[in-house]
Design a protein around this ligand. Structure first.
Ligand code: CTP
Length: 448
């Protein structure tokens, strides 16, 4: 019996896939189809897959062409499968010509002509198709990163940029359309990414929502809790997606970390301690003071994320210790916040005028999680126990600092009309509430 094997993602199964499977089957007597797992697709940079592994397996099964279906989970598995399953022929479409020649050592390799004019990417592109505009201010450096990363997401059409006081004419050789006003950019977009001055976010988000545009906004999306709740209300009433752009929340490793901790692996969580600093040259004090991206706005939303997501937002008290750069007490160069819960504590340290180890430690009654610096670009973490033999290390690929996963989550949320499942609205609102308390001088102690 001649055994044939082929691999693929088979997202949104189409005619090209079926033709390939039929011809693969005709090469022998028994066809095994390897369907790639979500995790492996992410590792190999395929971030746009729309259907779950189970849905994709079901679709391949329903063609009735495959005799057996297996899951492909890791790099190098093809060699293992070919040996283990006694494969005679390995085949894939001609888009891979030459790529799998190394398998000739184990079996025959056949490249079949790819069917022209159809692909999963094109179907996703057509199904989603969201025109995204980018709104920023000259003090915000992330705008071009988000613009660039959008090119990795299927179904995103980048409309252009409105950046107050700063034109971004070109990125990687691509000419960028600059709009004169944010209103004109809004008119030409279905959705916007906003990374402006934090004090301007509320008005910008509100205006976009009232013009029925979906919004992905850098945190904090407002400086008052009431304003934040109002924004969520408007989004809900108009069936619009409103998402907090804290990139860490969308990384695979960070999400695995959350579920591992929630499943009790380190026992009960008694403390969460997060530090985020990025030391800047503050010699030109005035320039910094006029820039509202102080330490608390720039970093506290990220640092609060694991605290609120693991311990909840019902802390009983907090204390903000802060060191100001200016006499008006608006610009903090360093801030430490201590949170007290009924059954746990938490702390964060943020600063652009001080430097520390940017790590995250989650203390539990049976062990702890250690995420090394810079923990907010999470791709690696360790679960550590008293008995070192029980320690475990985890690594998950992180591409584009997680920004492309975030934009992909935004586009998926728009396509499926379901709100953000990565950051709850009440976590966003609590982040804003804590920042509001800083500006109102509530629970604040000054470090001189
Ligand atoms: N295939 C094909 N003809 C097409 C599309 C895919 O023969 N028009 C083949 C591929 O060469 C591969 C298999 O089908 O052997 C599974 O491909 P997959 O990557 O899942 O499909 P694509 O449509 O190419 O997906 P994407 O656009 O996400 O890359």
């Amino acid at each position: 019996m001649k055994k044939v094997i082929t691999y693929g993602t088979y997202d949104l199964l189409h005619f090209g896939h079926i033709r390939l499977l039929e011809r693969a089957k005709a090469l022998g007597d028994y066809l095994i189809v390897g369907v790639t797992s979500d995790g492996f697709d992410k590792v190999r940079g395929k971030i746009n897959v729309q259907q779950s592994l189970m849905e994709r397996i079901e679709a391949v099964k329903s063609t009735g062409i495959a005799d057996e279906i297996i899951v492909e989970e890791y790099e190098g598995q093809k060699i293992d499968d070919i040996r283990r399953l006694g494969i005679d022929i390995f085949t894939v479409g001609s888009d891979w010509v030459g790529y799998f020649d190394y398998l000739n050592e184990y079996c025959d390799v056949v490249y079949l002509d790819r069917t022209k004019g159809i692909s999963s990417s094109e179907i996703r592109e057509k199904e989603r198709s969201v025109r995204i505009g980018f709104i920023g201010s000259k003090n915000n450096k992330v705008l071009s990163k988000y613009y660039r990363e959008s090119h990795h997401v299927n179904g995103v059409e980048t409309v252009g940029i409105y950046c107050e006081g700063n034109k971004i004419k070109e990125l990687d050789g691509e000419e960028i359309k600059n709009f004169k006003t944010h209103e004109s950019l809004l008119e030409n977009s279905d959705a916007v990414y906003i990374a402006s001055d934090p004090a301007a976010h509320y008005e910008l988000v509100k205006e976009a929502l009232l013009k029925e545009k979906h919004v992905l906004c850098e945190a904090p999306m407002a400086l008052k809790k009431e304003e934040c709740n109002e924004l969520f209300e408007i989004a809900k009433e108009n069936n619009l997606i409103l998402m907090d752009a804290i990139k860490t929340a969308y990384s695979t490793a960070y999400n695995r970390l959350l579920v591992i901790v929630k499943s009790g692996r380190i026992g009960r969580v008694v403390s969460v301690d997060a530090t985020c600093t990025s030391l800047a040259d503050l010699s030109n004090k005035e320039e910094y003071i006029n820039n509202n991206w102080n330490s608390i706005c720039a970093w506290a939303p990220t640092a609060m994320l694991p605290i609120l997501q693991l311990l909840g937002s019902d802390f009983s008290s907090k204390r903000i210790s802060t060191m100001y750069l200016d006499e008006d007490k608006k610009f903090d160069s360093f801030t430490k916040i201590d949170f007290n819960y009924d059954n746990a504590v938490a702390s964060l340290k943020v600063g652009i005028g001080a430097k520390s180890e940017g790590e995250l430690v989650i203390t539990g009654t049976k062990g702890y999680v250690y995420v090394p610096a810079p923990w907010w670009k999470t791709d690696y973490f360790e679960i550590r126990h008293e008995n070192q033999e029980e320690n475990k290390r985890y690594f998950y690929q992180l591409n584009g600092e997680g920004i492309r996963y975030e934009i992909s989550a935004f586009v998926k949320a728009i396509a499926s009309a379901t709100q953000n499942r990565f950051i709850d609205d009440n976590v966003t609102a609590k982040i804003v509430d804590v920042i509001e308390s800083y500006y109102d001088n509530r629970d604040v102690m000054v470090i001189k």
